[in-house]
Design a protein around this ligand. Sequence first.
Ligand code: FAD
Ligand code: UDP
Length: 368
Amino acid sequence: MNEHTLIVGAGYAGSVMARELADAGRRVHVIDKRPHIAGNAYDELDEHGVLVHRYGPHIFHTNGERIFQYLSRFTEWRPYEHRVRGMVGGAPYPFPINRDTLNLLYGLDLDEAGAAAFFERVREPREPVLTSEDVVLNSVGRDLYEKFFLNYTRKQWGLDPSQLKAGVAARIPVRTNTDDRYFTDTFQAMPLHGYTKMFETMLDHPNIMVEVDVDFAEVRKRGGYDHIVYTGPIDAYFDFRFGHLPYRSLRFEHEHLAGVSQYQETGTINYPNDHAYTRITEFKHLTGQRHGGTSIVREYPQAEGDPYYPVPRAENEALFKRYEELARQEPNVTFVGRLAQYRYYNMDQVVGAALVAAKRLLGRGEDI
Ligand code: FAD
Ligand code: UDP
């Protein structure tokens, strides 16, 4: 009989694993405790017929050609380059900070060399660069740090940038040119018919059985699988034996604006200093959908609720390492994904991690 694998979670990690194992001839049972597939990338038409991302804006971008090609088996694409403005003092500025941001904010007329000299003058050199505060002060200095980063980060994480590892703020580049794209990756596109459709196609395989609205806790008792792929929070798998790993959560406030064809000038506007929410995203920019109304989402960070973000700080990583050691000793279980590996992964990185994990599991590690 071919081997029977249980996959916990129908997001990127679980679905890519499912497809790889199924293509290799294994029988796969995918479960998710939510009533749908696609994990946090889930999108659907809202009650007004606008395609929205239930769990906040998801923009696909990657430099990994192999990853883009892999997903292209399951979807066509719509080219899309995301743009963001940071609202400071009631006015929108290009974000990430670029030369236009400086010129608009300070009433200057800097060219590229002038912008570089400006950053050189205002930056507070830090050595070593360990925290997110170090990253930002080291590159743009205190005024820009306070206007664009300090309060946004406090809101998003409930922590000061000095309490977060450098990698968090290092996601945001600083530019001396006028490029106002949020990402500069080679491949930037949205699934033409949405993420959920892409996942449906990925999971549409005779060896894959999908069951939603089912918690691992129930299925675990039954047993009967040769292998388990677990993509949920790693601390939950081990019944929080060493205590809870912090995962930051969000509350999403969706709103439809009837008769408003466009609400804001860019896909996302960040509000570092005002409001309890961090940002507003208008989905039609992302999807290219035409509709007489428009739908937006506001993101309110919170400690409690569904786990969305691992919190990158040394003490959490130390606790994760203890769970990872347990995971290593767990026979016949693969832990993969943003929650199971406790890594601040983007979608493409999860696809990459799942492809690697699938190859290992199939005994093809030498191909990696
Ligand atoms: P998930 O998508 O979280 O899937 C895990 C699944 O496991 C969930 O569906 C969950 O219900 C299920 N599960 C957990 N426990 C159990 C259990 N006990 N029983 C059954 N099922 C269980 N990435 C980008 O590349 N670009 C973006 O623009 C972007 N924007 C984002 C915006 C927000 C607000 C958030 C939160 C994330 C964003 N990401 C973005 C990151 C992206 O969402 C993740 O990288 C990706 O979805 C992680 O996939 P995953 O399979 O590891 O986890
Ligand atoms: N950030 C900030 N101000 C902004 C946008 C981002 O201070 O206007 C910081 C903040 O700490 C945030 C991090 O940069 O958590 C990464 O931002 P990104 O937009 O990549 O976050 P995500 O989309 O993953 O929520």
